[in-house]
Ligand binder design. Structure first.
Ligand SMILES: Cc1cc2nc3c(=O)[nH]c(=O)nc-3n(C[C@H](O)[C@H](O)[C@H](O)COP(=O)(O)OP(=O)(O)OC[C@H]3O[C@@H](n4cnc5c(N)ncnc54)[C@H](O)[C@@H]3O)c2cc1C
Length: 417
């Protein structure tokens, strides 16, 4: 098996090469990081007439935002109980509403900026592999867009007996994530945002004005935003200490449109509700399958074989399908598993740690942060309970890996029999 670059990069709509930063520049706001978090913030500020310069170390789409599963649904990486424990019932309700706002905003961006090549495909099946469904029936009951599915209803949609209960969520959808990101970048540029690629920020001075330096240039601005996700380096030590980089993996199979149409009889994406979940969808007659996390880089080929095993375990008929692409990406996680959106110092902001639930949450967070920077709202306060807590460094990574293995074991235990 050979593994070329990400499948998305081969099917992307276009690719603009943007020059590296050279020389000294002044602007209103400098943003470090050209993933969804940085670009959405840039776009929301530019809409309000703010002059923005964005610095991306590699190219737009290099990070998690250009490599992810493309599934857009409400909620956060942290479950509802964890959010309530820190934010209280009222705070948790506001945060839940914000996560739904993120789903709407992302859909609206695609329409508003005419990103046809990231057109949403509706629907997500949220499935369970053990026999307990009363809570799912209650969760779906009375909610427009949600339907409880029993094993028979799931069997009509998917040729597997692995899943016993589930929810069909018609408010969720899936997209080509790299095309969406590139569409956002083009829209931001049309609104006047200057984007520099191949421009890693190497130094920063925060004070009355903010200065961000690269190897060949510097930007002086009234405000600075750090949006470096799981690729956060030593630039701002407080951020580095608060974000755990966690790797996760995707694979794509060779095309097999007829076989896949027999096995996956729905255009919806699928996500199981294990703590260590699999998520997948059929696009262009290929299976795109994601899952697994590691805290140390694992070989993409090794994990692709692991993901292929997972796919064949759920769908034995797909055993013979070959993998054509496999890749990994880094997610940024805080120990509380919630996004970290706030202020580092006067005029310096951070928007990071979206974990494995970054599509809806960045679409909302960029707006919430822009409102705070412009003094338009204090919705950012809802994220105050989820600050820049120390992630524990190397020990934190070890704990995260052990926790994941423990959760995998719990998942297997619940599914025994
Ligand atoms: C394989 C995978 C599958 C996923 N699937 C889903 C999914 O289906 N649904 C979902 O909602 N979420 C998913 N996620 C999570 C989601 O992709 C992320 O939460 C989201 O993209 C994070 O966006 P970001 O802008 O914070 O980070 P990124 O997209 O990682 O962007 C950070 C950028 O900062 C740049 N950078 C870092 N340091 C510097 C510096 N010093 N100077 C300049 N630039 C710098 C990096 O090069 C990078 O481009 C997945 C993630 C992965 C990895």
């Amino acid at each position: 098996m050979s593994y070329p670059a990400t499948f998305y990069a081969e099917t992307r709509a276009d690719r603009a090469d943007r020059p590296a930063l050279q020389g000294a520049h002044e602007t209103d706001t400098v943003i470090v990081g050209g993933g969804l978090a940085g670009l959405t913030t840039a776009l929301e500020l530019a809409k309000e007439g703010v002059k923005v310069t964005l610095l991306e170390a590699e190219s737009i789409g290099f990070g998690a935002s250009g490599r992810n599963g493309g599934i857009v649904s409400a909620e956060y990486a942290c479950g509802a109980a964890g959010i309530r424990a820190r934010a209280g019932a009222a705070g948790a309700a506001r945060l839940a509403a914000l996560s739904r706002e993120g789903v709407r905003r992302l859909r609206d961006h695609i329409a508003e900026f005419a990103i046809a090549e990231a057109a949403p495909t509706p629907g997500l099946l949220h499935l369970r592999r053990f026999d307990q469904g009363a809570d799912l029936e209650a969760e779906a009951g009375g909610h427009e867009g949600l339907t409880y599915l029993n094993a028979r209803a799931i069997g009509e949609r998917l040729a597997t007996r692995r899943y016993l209960h589930g929810i069909e969520d018609r408010t969720a959808f899936h997209i080509h994530p790299l095309n969406y990101l590139r569409g956002l970048a083009r829209a931001a540029e049309r609104l006047g945002v200057t984007i520099h690629e191949s421009s890693p920020a190497t130094g920063v001075e925060l004070g009355a004005t903010q200065v961000v330096a690269t190897a060949q240039g510097r930007v002086t601005a009234r405000q600075a935003v750090f949006a470096t996700g799981g690729y956060t380096g030593p630039l701002v030590p407080r951020l580095r200490r608060a974000v755990l980089p966690i790797a996760t993996y995707m694979m794509v199979t060779e095309p097999a449109p007829e076989l896949l149409a027999e096995v996956i009889r729905t255009p919806m994406a699928v996500l199981d509700d294990r703590r260590a979940s699999d998520y997948y969808r059929v696009v262009g007659g290929r299976m795109i399958w994601g899952g697994r996390i590691t805290t140390r880089a694992a070989s993409d080929a090794g994990v692709a074989a692991d993901l292929h095993r997972a796919m064949a375990e759920v769908y034995p008929r797909l055993q013979g399908l070959r993998v054509s692409h496999a890749w990994s990406g880094l997610m940024g996680y805080a120990t509380h598993r919630m996004p970290q959106i706030g202020q580092l110092a006067t005029g310096a902001w951070h928007i990071t740690a979206f974990g494995g639930h970054g599509l809806n949450t960045t679409a909302m967070a960029g707006k919430v942060l822009a409102e705070a920077m412009l003094g338009q709202s204090d919705r950012i306060r809802d994220f105050a309970p989820f600050g820049l807590t120390w992630a524990g460094g190397i020990a934190g990574l070890a704990v995260a890996q052990l926790t994941y293995w423990g959760l995998q074991a719990q998942d297997r235990w619940r599914e025994r029999g």
